[in-house]
Design a protein around this ligand. Structure first.
Ligand code: GLA
Length: 735
């Protein structure tokens, strides 16, 4: 199947996905124009795309070409200083400080497969034969800058990945001031913007807003992708719902500072840029040097937000997550943090482990507090040796004691960090991120190691490798509990100071690449004060992520719902914790907490010794149930049904083409007496994506339905509580 075709006569390039097309026109052999992205289509003629009438008061760039009014065009990679006054995708200056503006000489290269991006995570092609890459190679002769816009079409996923490579082929250094990964101008169709915002313990809340003329932007300058905004968003039509309508999704495979810009200009063009955040970025490009931007992924769906999510979920599972974990069932885990915080010894841990085994739990994760002197968050980060007061036999003997019980051993570490009160700080005070002669700001009483330094990265690789070799560890929770500040790079020259944030991320990726290569079977779960760095870049190394420090069931429904727009449930760490909840003080039933947590990657994080016999029985049942349905939940299709951002209820379901059972989860977060909307007592929950002619039986009530009935009338539920109510309905397809 030819996925990318170049019609040289008309200078049109079409990239075809199963249900989508992406079309570029090369204008005047110098400017790549964005013609189209959307439902699959074939062009017969292209004359209609030639601009003819000159708009008033516009700048002509090429004197003799009166049709060249750049601001009126939809561009593929917008640049400034040439009559295009929209937010540019990139900015480069030559050694004299003059902007590099083109005109470019444009060349096309199409090849099968896809190149890796050095030093950065990027989508994997596996053995897929249908994957092709388009390169638009743009040469600026005066400066010697070669800019390569690279596009790979993944036809089965209706996904296009993009990145940009800057090569300095000239004789003098160039300075990159902005380098977006994706930029395109879409003809506006009254699109709405959907994006995710949040905070610690309130990650990925959905916002949907109309677009007005002007530029709207969001991003991160914290050194991590952040709790506040996610590097992913979607453009939607006003009528796009969970099940219907066009959705154009964008994601950046990057874990540091990013910026997304959406500009609606006077001419009805919508410019979309996403990439490195230029507020904290510059790069000196030596003669002969190359710079690679992170990769962005874009998916088009004609079947609403659920259609977009399905494509992102599959893409991340099949093309981003390490392939050995893509189809590996994830263990049910116990995590010691909210069970004992810093206050434990080997005997309390072993008691917890005994109970965990009895409950059917498979992996025991020893969280913070296990290393030398770590009795509070004020000390010891950097000193990664077991505290013999707490673990007299060290990690090896503790890990083996878990193995004897039939449990796997997981360990928490926070290798990017350092405490003032640590041996490491006394040995290497210059390893912290700090501006010379100024105090370094602490966050959670800790400092950040400067991962832009190769020697710091080597230390982390050696330390983590040593730990993993020293004990039978099969899982690592890799934490990162503060944002970056004082980002000066003492080992770099003045002209390179603004490179540090990106160099930090490159250092982190080198570390993760090396460690996961040395220990391919260890399962990594990412964490940054909960979900502060939950992004596709991290998933490339760590196939699951601690979604939020907030484990309250009500809060979690919203957090997991928002997260699921882009990320699959298997990637979302979700734990049952104690009540009153430690973050919100709210009390919800064990049943509801279990149902929320088993909608993701299930774990338990509470003091098991405080559970009553009845509660232990319930947990045992939950774990058994989850294991029975694990492949449906972890590898099935997740469909959002009712949004907690539009109502006080929420619902979702899991289906799988090869599994007869369907799981439906419904939650009532807050109630209203005599609610006028759904009637005083009853809820009608309409399901989706069933075969209308199939028959289904509800396991508990033994009621039978047709697929069409479930999708139209819906399931009729009668809530029993005003607040914090929940239902888990199992439907069996009748063969
Ligand atoms: C962060 C994590 C928690 C826990 C603590 C330990 O807050 O998000 O899950 O690991 O650190 O200090």
């Amino acid at each position: 199947m030819g996925t990318i075709e170049f019609d040289t006569a008309n200078q049109i390039i079409s990239m075809q996905g199963l249900h989508s097309s992406y079309v570029i026109q090369l204008y005047s052999h110098t400017l790549p124009l964005h013609l189209y992205w959307g439902p699959h289509q074939k062009l017969a003629d292209t004359r209609q795309f030639s601009p003819s009438a000159e708009p008033g008061y516009s700048i002509k760039v090429k004197d003799r070409d009166t049709s060249y009014f750049i601001e009126e065009f939809g561009c593929e990679y917008g640049f400034a200083e040439n009559g295009d006054y929209r937010v540019p995708a990139f900015g480069v200056r030559d050694s004299r400080g003059y902007p590099v503006t083109g005109p470019f000489e444009l060349d096309v290269n199409i090849y099968r497969g896809k190149h890796k991006i050095p030093g950065l995570p990027s989508a994997r092609t596996g053995s897929d034969e249908d994957i092709q890459t388009l390169e638009l190679r743009m040469v600026d002769h005066p400066s010697g800058l070669l800019t390569v816009l690279s596009y790979t079409m993944f036809p089965e996923h209706d996904a296009v990945t993009r990145n940009v490579i800057f090569h300095n082929r000239g004789n003098a250094a160039l300075r990159l001031e902005k380098a977006a990964s994706v930029s395109m101008d879409m003809p506006n169709r009254d699109y709405e913007l959907l994006y995710l915002h949040g905070a610690w313990a309130r990650e990925r809340q959905i916002i949907r807003r109309t677009l007005q003329p002007g530029t709207f932007s969001f991003g991160s300058t914290r050194g991590i992708s952040s709790h506040q905004f996610s590097p992913s968003f979607a453009l939607l039509e006003a009528e796009t719902s969970e099940f219907r309508g066009d959705a154009y999704g964008y994601g950046l495979i990057y874990s540091g500072n990013f910026l997304a810009e959406i500009e609606l200009n006077y001419g009805g063009n919508l410019r979309v840029n996403m990439g490195l955040n230029p507020d904290t970025f510059e790069w000196e490009l030596e003669p002969g040097g190359s710079f690679y931007t992170p990769e962005a992924v874009m998916v088009y769906a004609d079947d609403g937000l659920n259609g977009m999510s399905r494509r992102f979920h599959r893409f991340f599972q099949e093309r981003i997550v390490p392939s050995r974990f893509a189809e590996m069932e994830r263990p049910v885990l116990f995590n010691s943090w909210e069970a004992s915080y810093f206050d434990f010894d080997e005997s309390t841990l072993k008691e917890l482990a005994d109970t965990a085994v009895d409950l059917g739990i498979e992996l025991f994760v020893l969280d913070d507090g296990w290393f030398e002197g770590r009795d509070s968050d004020r000390t010891s980060l950097g000193d990664w040796q077991a505290d013999r007061r707490k673990l007299p036999g060290g990690l090896k003997s503790f890990g083996e004691s878990l193995q004897h019980r039939g449990l796997k051993f997981g360990l928490w570490i926070e290798p990017e960090m350092i405490s003032y009160a640590s041996k490491l700080y006394h040995k290497h005070p210059d390893w912290i991120l700090a501006i010379p002669d100024r105090p370094a700001a602490e966050g959670r009483n800790q400092l950040v190691l400067d991962l832009s330094r190769p020697d710091v990265c080597d230390f982390i690789i050696d330390t983590v490798n040593g730990l993993l070799n020293s004990a039978p560890i099969s899982y690592v929770k890799w934490d990162m509990n503060r944002s970056l500040t004082n980002a000066a790079a003492r080992h770099l020259s003045a002209s390179r100071q603004r490179e540090i944030y990106h160099r930090y991320v490159l250092g982190l990726y080198r570390v993760l690449d090396e460690i996961t290569r040395l220990h391919p079977d260890v399962l990594f779960e990412g964490c940054a004060g909960g979900g502060g760095r939950f992004d596709p870049g991290i998933l490339y190394y760590m196939p699951q992520y601690w979604t939020s420090d907030n484990t309250d069931a009500v809060s979690r429904v919203r957090i997991q719902y928002g997260t699921s727009l882009f990320f699959p449930p298997i990637s979302m760490g979700a734990h049952v914790s104690a009540v009153p909840n430690h973050q919100t003080g709210r009390t919800t039933s064990l049943e509801m907490r279990g149902q929320v947590a088993m909608s993701g990657n299930l774990g338990y994080e509470l003091d098991l010794s405080r559970l009553s016999a009845d509660e232990l029985d319930s947990v045992r049942d939950q774990v058994r149930f989850y294991k029975q349905y694990r492949s449906l939940i972890q590898f099935g299709r997740f469909l959002r049904l009712v949004s907690p951002f539009d109502s006080t209820d929420a619902a979702w379901m899991f289906i799988h083409p090869e599994i007869d059972d369907i799981l439906v989860f419904w939650f009532r977060l807050y109630g209203e007496a005599n609610r006028p909307v759904s009637g005083p007592r009853l809820v009608r929950l309409r399901l989706a994506e069933l075969d209308p002619f199939d028959y289904y039986r509800e396991r508990e009530r033994r009621i039978e339905y047709t697929g069409s009935e479930l999708m139209n009338t819906g399931l009729i539920l009668s809530p029993s509580r005003l607040d914090y109510d929940s239902r888990l309905i199992i439907l069996e397809r009748i063969r």
